[in-house]
Design a protein around this ligand. Structure first.
Ligand SMILES: Cc1cc2nc3c(=O)[nH]c(=O)nc-3n(C[C@H](O)[C@H](O)[C@H](O)COP(=O)(O)OP(=O)(O)OC[C@H]3O[C@@H](n4cnc5c(N)ncnc54)[C@H](O)[C@@H]3O)c2cc1C
Length: 241
């Protein structure tokens, strides 16, 4: 994670309309000195960062939060081109907390989805963020679909999805009176949440841990920096030392 972000760390964002500070690598450091933009944090308008993350959606903010909690000594910034955070894909999705039933067993997606669902429920409970664990029915509406439904059920079990059950026609009706089907997978672990709210909470955690969020700060140019020598301080951080 840190290694990947180090390339972003060498990115220099030029705020719309330009900004006053120089945007070139600070001498003796692999990171760029980026100034300008507007900050939603209380940090100054010109800062030197160890890592910058481009994009204040849920992925950028979750990454920033995780990094600063793991490496509190690093100065980290999130650069977001809009005036508000998480207003693109993160603020316009279906809000489903996926259970992880669909992914290929043993794949990273399957593992992360199952683990991520548990973590998001735990996080929402800690922070008092509303969610609804409403569950989901995956329904076979004709005979042909039944073997595929059963295979999906087996896959869900292999992935460790909690509470899965195969249910028949009468139970489908009891759960969802307007739903017709021959057989269904009852997936009670699926839920819904407002992911923008989750993302904003990640931003708050990040800022409380000392991170900076710069909004109206569009990155327009990225330069690759050379790798730090393995004995340098930054390489130690990268290696978790
Ligand atoms: C129709 C649909 C429904 C979905 N439903 C679900 C669901 O129910 N459950 C689920 O878990 N996932 C769902 N997803 C997936 C989920 O929404 C995305 O995986 C997630 O929101 C991606 O977050 P992100 O941070 O990568 O992107 P975004 O939220 O789009 O964030 C990217 C940010 O980067 C900023 N940015 C871009 N370029 C620059 C630049 N040059 N400089 C500075 N900032 C920049 C943008 O302004 C934006 O804020 C859905 C996706 C779609 C398309």
């Amino acid at each position: 994670m840190v290694a990947a972000l180090r390339y972003l760390g060498s990115a220099c964002g030029r705020a719309r309309g330009g900004f006053p500070g120089a945007c070139r690598p600070a001498s003796g450091r692999p990171w760029s000195q980026c100034g300008g933009g507007r900050s939603t944090s209380t940090s100054t308008s010109t800062s030197l960062f160890d890592i910058v993350i481009v994009g204040g959606g849920i992925v950028g903010l979750a990454s920033a939060r995780a990094l600063i909690l793991r490496h509190p000594a690093l100065s980290i910034s999130v650069l977001e081109k809009e005036k508000d955070l998480a207003i693109h894909q993160t603020g316009h999705n279906s809000g489903v907390i996926h259970s992880g039933i669909y992914y290929k067993p043993e794949s990273l997606k399957a593992k992360l989805c199952v683990q991520g669902a548990a973590l998001i429920y735990e996080y929402c409970n800690q922070k008092g963020i509303s969610y609804k664990q409403c569950g989901k029915l995956i329904v076979a509406v004709d005979q042909e679909e039944i073997p595929r439904l059963q295979a999906l059920y087996e896959r869900g079990l292999q992935n460790g999805v909690q509470g899965l059950k195969l249910i028949q026609q009468e139970d489908i009706k009891k759960k969802e009176p307007y739903c017709r089907g021959l057989m269904a997978i009852d997936c009670p672990y699926t839920g819904i949440v407002d992911y923008r709210q989750v993302a904003l909470s990640f931003a708050q955690d990040f800022q409380e841990a000392g991170g900076s969020v710069l909004t109206r700060f569009e990155v327009k140019d990225i330069e690759m920096a050379k790798e730090s020598p393995s004995s340098s301080k930054d390489a130690e951080v990268e290696n978790g030392l």
